[in-house]
Structure formats: structure tokens, C-alpha cells
Design a protein around this ligand. Sequence first.
Ligand SMILES: Cc1cc2nc3c(=O)[nH]c(=O)nc-3n(C[C@H](O)[C@H](O)[C@H](O)COP(=O)(O)OP(=O)(O)OC[C@H]3O[C@@H](n4cnc5c(N)ncnc54)[C@H](O)[C@@H]3O)c2cc1C
Ligand code: SF4
Length: 478
Amino acid sequence: MAKKIIVPKRTSMSMQAPEVRRDNFNEVALGYTLAEAQTEARRCLQCKKPTCQAGCPVEVDCRGFIREVAEGRLDEAFRAIKATNSLPAVCGRVCPQENQCEGACTLGRKYEPVAIGRLERFVADSHYASSACQSLTGGDECPLPQEDLRVAAVGSGPASLTFAGYLATRGIPVTVFEAMHEVGGVLVYGIPEFRLPKSIVALEVEQLEAQGVSFETNAVVGRTVGVQELLNQGFKAVFVGVGAGLPRFLGVPGENLIGVYSANEYLTRVNLMKGYRFPEYDTPVTRGRRVAVFGGGNVAMDSARTALRLGADKVFIVYRRTRDEMPARLEELEHAVEERVELVCLCGPLEFSGDDQGRLTGVRLQKMCLGEPDESGRCRPVCLEGQTESLEIDMAVIAVGTGSNPVLTRNTPGLELNRRGYIVADPETGETSLPNVFAGGDIVTGSATVVMAMGAGRRAAKVVAARLLGATEVPIRE
Ligand SMILES: Cc1cc2nc3c(=O)[nH]c(=O)nc-3n(C[C@H](O)[C@H](O)[C@H](O)COP(=O)(O)OP(=O)(O)OC[C@H]3O[C@@H](n4cnc5c(N)ncnc54)[C@H](O)[C@@H]3O)c2cc1C
Ligand code: SF4
């Protein structure tokens, strides 16, 4: 057999130029053409043991779908991905691939790994753009819904959407209860349009609806209806995927000045009030001129890049460690720097200052160096006593993580929580301390990733399906 020629570099994907995109909310990455996708797919070694699949929390058959792309069979490629992933267009855009599928790619040991995420995005986008979409959700393939086996999911983020999608394909109808007026969780309220267009999330949600998933918005479980009430109403099981949306603050003086936002509030305001379509929509959100964002994760990158697009002259990301330790997806960090977001590393906030009307005017920063690694394996930031610097700013965004959202947990007696307020759930099955109540996603793990939340939704759905379909009388837990 002829030896395969290895192409060391991955196929590049066209992007909006940094000088152009920093002034608009359109999607930054423009995707592959068919020819580019096939060139990239042909780099795949088709390993006997596909480590990429094992690296993916929802076990996408990467080798299989990439082979189909290489051969130009896009419908088959889509089916291969959809077999385990309810949100491929989302995952192809926002998964931290470098730590997951691509991080485990054999080619990546010596060369650049296969661009699995870009290929996944290409397959999903091509599918939604074609009429082939009908073939997947059309009658014949969907099992008849078994109305007596209704299941509820609370929250409509990736954990619940995956849970619902898995059960729907097995004929179990799921009703998803969402507190907000739009479906999608952080995919809609948190991640900005320029990274994940809302229309993409809507397409994947529409597919779930076509498969028999129903959505009730403006339904705050724990307030408008309780978890036990849902079970009493005849839902055979309840999956709790309410995320971890409670903002954390820095706890330094001046944090209550006008112009200091939590990232959660800032991004939700912009996304919900369509600030990304300014000037068509005139969003009531502060448009800072000099903005400092505190944190080094995806949320910090999104906040900084949003502030740029809303007209800021200067945007700083202030982070206690160095660029190498930043937890953001590599691509987002690179994109932010290309757009001229300035990184102020090895610095932490000491206090905010304001004018006599209570408006933010600046922040004093403590300089740091890196010490010994802590329990997380990352080097601990250590204060350099007496060394400070000041930044003149008129807006600050705090993006240092979130805590557990207490609305449901506080009002669900008997639901075991850990000391940080997250739900205690079996990592294999998602079972909680309450019979027939499952949980997964950020409300169990704390803030993590889209595909980790999806993995948890899928594991719980497998257990629920096995139990419900195994017997009509459902003692979900003995
Ligand atoms: C700005 C930002 C950027 C991110 N970027 C990335 C990224 O690039 N890649 C990545 O992998 N991850 C990213 N993440 C993390 C990722 O989005 C989360 O890990 C993931 O969305 C968690 O999914 P979930 O289903 O657990 O919850 P969520 O997505 O948080 O959804 C929970 C839903 O439950 C609803 N809810 C809450 N309480 C109730 C209630 N009582 N009743 C009914 N509904 C309720 C909420 O309104 C929400 O819609 C980002 C997060 C943020 C905030
Ligand atoms: S779902 Fe995410 S981790 Fe899994 S193959 Fe797709 S891009 Fe990679």
C-alpha cells in the first residue's frame, strides 16, 4: 500500500481581519469551503485506535465522520456526529478542542493536529444550509413518542438540551423548563454573537423541537413550580441543568462604583438587549472608553472583545498569572490580542477609585510574581510587597468565575448540596439524593465547558432511558 503523505500544517480557515472585526459583532471565523474541508480531512491518519474520540466528552466518532468528509459524503458525516452530539454547530465553534479531541489526536504528537472542531462546524453548517436537514428529523426515523413516559429538564443550557435530545431520539418526550424568555442558556445569554451566532443555536434547538422536545420559557423551577410538583404532575424523572450563573466579585474597595459590572450582567445585557446589533438597537449599557476586565478565561475574553466592539478606545485584561496560565481557549486569546486587547499580566486589583458622583475613574493594581504550584497544578500568584501601579479606567468588568445558582436548590427540600452549594450527583449516572431527580452540567461541577455539560446530560439520559424503557412502571430508584 502506498505510504500516506503527511501534511504537517492544518488547513487555515478564513477569518474577518482584526481591524475590521473589532468594530462589528459578525462572526469572526468564516468556516471552511468544501475543498478546504476535504483537504483537512485527508490529513487524518484514520488511526486504528482513535484517541480523539476518547478525548471527547460526548465521544464523537471523529475518525468516522472525518473519513466521510474526505469522501465528500456530508449527510453520512452529519449522522455520524449527531449519533452522540446534539449540538455539533455549537461544539465546533466553542469547544476547547486543544484540550479535548484535538489534544488527543495522534498527528498532533509531531505536527499540528487535525482541525476536528473546524470540520465538525463545517459538517453541521453544511447540513443546516441544505434540505438534507429534513431527512434526519422526518417521520420515519423518529420513534413514536411514548406520551406516558414524559420527562422534565430544568434549564435549557447544553446539559439539558443534550439530555432532551438523547431521550427524544428514543421516543421519550421531554419538556424543558427555562427561567428566561429564550432557550439556550449561556450559549445565548453569555457567549457573544461574534463567536457563536444566535441563529446557530436556534437551528440546533429547532432540530430538537422537530424531534419532539418541547420548551416552556419564563418558567422558574423552584418558584413557579417545584421539582417535587413536576414529579407529582406525572413526569417520570427530572433532570436539573440550571448552570452556575451567580456572579463572583473581587471583594476590594470601590467595587460598588458606577461603571463596575459583573461579566454576567454585562454580557447578558449586551446579548439580551441586542447590543451586538448597535446602532440598529441602542442598548442601555455603559460604553466604556478605557475598560479593564479582570480574569483570564473565556468569559474575560468575551467581555473584553465585546467592550471593543461597543466602541472602547483601550481594553485591558488584568490577570494575576501570566499569559501561559490563562484558562481561555487558545483561539479566543489569540483573537483578543489580534484585536488589540492589551494583556496586563501578573497584576491583581487592590482598589477602585471614583469621582464625587460615584463614577469609576481608576484602579490600583498589586504586582505579582509566580510562586510554587498550588493544588490545581498552576503556579500560585504571589504579591510583590509595595509594588503597585495604577490604570485610568471608566469601566471595569469582573470575570473571575461564578457560583451556584440557588433559586432551585434552596427550594428543593432533601436535595443534597456540597459545601459550595453545588448539587451532589453521581458522576456516572447523574443521580442526586432525591429519587428520580438527576443533575448535571455547571450546577454539579461548577463553571466548566459546554461539552462537559453535554457529557453529563448524555450520561443521565442513558440511565433514564434504560430504566424507563426497561419497564412501564418506573421505579427509577429502588
Ligand atoms: C461568557 C461565557 C463564555 C463561555 N465560553 C465557553 C467556550 O468558549 N467554550 C466552552 O466550552 N464553554 C464556555 N463557557 C462555559 C459554558 O458555557 C458552560 O460551561 C455551559 O453553558 C454550562 O451548561 P449548563 O447546561 O450546565 O448551564 P447553562 O448554560 O448555564 O444553562 C442553564 C440554564 O438554566 C436556566 N435556569 C437557571 N435556574 C433556573 C430555574 N430555577 N428554572 C428554570 N431555568 C433555570 C438559566 O436561565 C440557563 O438558561 C462560557 C461561559 C460563559 C459565561
Ligand atoms: S464535541 Fe467538541 S471535543 Fe468532541 S469532537 Fe466535537 S469539537 Fe471535539
